[in-house]
Design a protein around this ligand. Structure first.
Ligand code: SF4
Length: 276
């Protein structure tokens, strides 16, 4: 009995001793505070790591095609890289379907485009809309741009004068060229239609007359970028030239039929009347 009492007393001392120790630890180093501190510290680290990860992600996340084109348009609107930027009213970056199969490229904005900041919105633009429709597309299904993005004027001191348009000069095209090339690689169309001699000389061959290049498909070669795929380019008359020379419309339609045939598009022969 005395041995049992001794063992019981021993267990009781041990229990009390442990209880005292725990109680001491709680008072001397309160676990919740330590835990809270570690937790806060960890939270700060986590926040900072999260922020770093987020900022890294922001840096690394590539822009969408739409964002890149919008950013490019903004650059064009702020550009003063050639004298045309000093006299324009509005820059005309270009517009259309960012996934277009066909891109139409003219030489530069005119009077109406300069005021609206949109390509091909004057009389020539209305004819281009008809041409696009005759090809079986809507304007919003294609992408429309120009070699230069600001209005080249004969008399830049008089932007309100009608008939003040002139073709862009080669040095103006050279300074602006990166913009249209970037648009081409971003849209990545299957075909480009070069409208008129300036776009044709710039994008196909500057030494061969337009008459020898029209209605033939060429592989596009760019100066500043490499397209993802082979893009075919076809030259035809500028709509403004067709307005001045309505007799050329039939020939222009024959040019465009080469592209349509290459696309495998089927169109009734009566559609050729739509060019009028
Ligand atoms: S024409 Fe082109 S290069 Fe010249 S100012 Fe306009 S956007 Fe810039």
């Amino acid at each position: 009995m005395s041995r049992e009492l001794e063992n019981l007393a021993k267990d009781l001392r041990k229990f009390l001793a442990n209880a005292d120790e725990e109680d001491f630890i709680l008072k001397a180093a309160p676990k919740p505070k330590r835990a809270a501190f570690v937790s806060v510290k960890a939270t700060k680290e986590e926040v900072s790591t999260t922020q770093k990860t987020a900022s890294t992600k922001t840096k690394k996340t590539p822009l969408t095609k739409e964002q890149e084109l919008a950013e490019l348009a903004q650059k064009i609107c702020n550009c003063k890289n050639c004298p045309l930027g000093l006299t324009r009213i509005k820059a005309v970056p270009g517009e259309g379907n960012i996934n277009a199969r066909i891109m139409f490229i003219g030489e530069g904005p005119g009077f109406d485009e300069d005021r609206q900041g949109r390509p091909f919105v004057g009389r020539a633009g209305q004819l281009l809309d008809k041409i696009i429709a005759a090809m079986g597309f809507k304007r919003e299904e294609v992408f429309i741009a120009n070699m230069v993005k600001c209005h080249p004027m004969i008399d830049p001191t008089n932007p309100d004068k009608h008939g003040n348009d002139r073709p862009p000069q080669m040095d103006e095209i050279a300074r602006c060229r990166k913009f249209v090339e970037k648009q081409i690689v971003l849209v990545n169309p299957d075909y480009i239609v070069a409208l008129g001699g300036v776009a044709t000389k710039s994008l196909i061959n500057e030494h061969t007359p337009l008459s020898a290049l029209r209605g033939k498909l060429f592989d596009l070669k760019l100066d500043h970028y490499t397209p993802e795929k082979n893009i075919k380019i076809l030259a035809t008359y500028h709509p403004a030239a067709l307005l001045r020379n309505p007799g050329w419309k039939k020939e222009a339609w024959q040019n465009l039929k080469v592209l349509l045939a290459d696309m495998g598009a089927k169109f009734p022969s009566s559609q050729s009347k739509k060019e009028d």
